[in-house]
Design a protein around this ligand. Sequence first.
Ligand SMILES: [Zn+2]
Length: 59
Amino acid sequence: MTEVARTGECPECGALISLKDPVIREITTCDECGVTLEVISIEPLLFEIAELEGEDWGE
Ligand SMILES: [Zn+2]
């Protein structure tokens, strides 16, 4: 069994973030700048800054 940790870059500060078994739309937080990030791509691992201020996005 091999557990693959993927590494992506924070779009805000450029810090490297490692995730084990990331899933699309998973929410994580950058340890470096504290921004909330959403996984938008697995291969390669890409993040987008999640806007959580408004909650009128629906489901
Ligand atoms: Zn960051």
